[in-house]
Write a protein that binds this ligand. Structure first.
Ligand SMILES: Nc1ncnc2c1ncn2[C@@H]1O[C@H](COP(=O)(O)OP(=O)(O)O)[C@@H](O)[C@H]1O
Ligand SMILES: [Mg+2]
Length: 253
């Protein structure tokens, strides 16, 4: 079998405040997959991503990216990943073209290569007209797309998006889905966290549901949907079946 894009084993995280954010999380994202990590606010999604990308120190457990252990081969592991974080974290006074080009510099990509690549990415993401203005002039959805362009400039094999469509309106969200679909069809592996159940239902091959620092369900989308228990469904819940499975698995009992 091909080396998975991500293998996380028994990951635990206790923050200094005493919060037990992860209580032993294991998951595998196969190479080429579109993997959706679902969970309510505070479930631990961003903490997992933080650990995998080297932004958060884990308490215990292990993680490897395309077979590269994040502790032993930190730089190689990191170079495989493009991260679109949950928070907007670029300088609003800079130009989108510079923001994306400069990111290439962190990965040792010469400017002469990074710049045309940045231009192309921004055009592909519909920001061609805006790339020489200030980033602060972009709409919410455009800012999100700028983050995607920036995450792709070093040609990572694995793109991680933490709630990329939060605050993005429906039409733009669908446009972003199309773009992400195109990327996976070209061989990129994607891990996405989302609140929008419809998003996972539309896009994901595999789904894991996390609640209070523990994975409560994981499998192919079809397997997860098969967990749907008709009898437990009392009616009144709107949305697709994935939403019902999600609510059953994450509701307070
Ligand atoms: N830097 C931090 N310090 C202390 N607690 C944190 C920190 N970051 C997150 N937490 C806590 O860890 C838990 C998981 O948070 P997070 O991973 O952000 O969840 P999610 O992304 O699923 O909403 C929450 O209880 C949150 O309050
Ligand atoms: Mg989060």
């Amino acid at each position: 079998m091909e080396t998975p894009a991500l293998v996380v084993k028994d990951l635990k995280k206790v923050y200094k405040t005493g919060t037990e954010a992860l209580k032993g999380v294991s998951l595998t994202v196969p190479a080429g997959d579109f993997f959706a990590l679902l969970g309510p606010n505070g479930a631990g999604k961003t903490t997992i991503i933080g650990i995998v990308t080297g932004l958060v120190n884990k308490t215990s457990g292990s993680a490897s990216v395309f077979g590269h252990d994040i502790d032993k081969e930190t730089e190689v592991a990191k170079a495989q990943i493009g991260l679109v974080g949950q928070e907007l974290n670029f300088n609003p006074f800079e130009k989108p073209l510079d923001i994306v080009t400069n990111q290439g510099g962190y990965y040792g990509i010469p400017r002469s290569i990074a710049r045309p690549r940045a231009e192309q990415l921004l055009k592909d993401l519909g920001l061609g007209e805006k790339m020489l203005g200030r980033a602060m002039e972009l709409s919410g959805g455009m800012k999100r797309r700028l983050m995607i362009a920036r995450a792709l400039v070093h040609k990572p094999r694995f793109l991680i998006l933490d709630e990329p469509t939060a605050g993005v309106d429906v039409e733009l969200r669908r446009g972003m889905w199309e773009y992400l679909r195109k990327l996976t069809s070209e061989g990129l592996t994607i891990l996405l966290t989302t609140h929008y159940l419809e998003e996972a239902e539309q896009l994901a091959k595999h789904v894991a549901i996390i609640n209070k620092g523990q994975i409560v369900a994981s499998g192919t989308k079809e397997e997860i949907l098969a967990l749907h228990d008709e009898k437990a469904h009392q009616g009144g819940i709107r949305g697709g079946k994935l939403e019902e499975v999600f609510l059953q698995l994450t509701s307070e009992k």
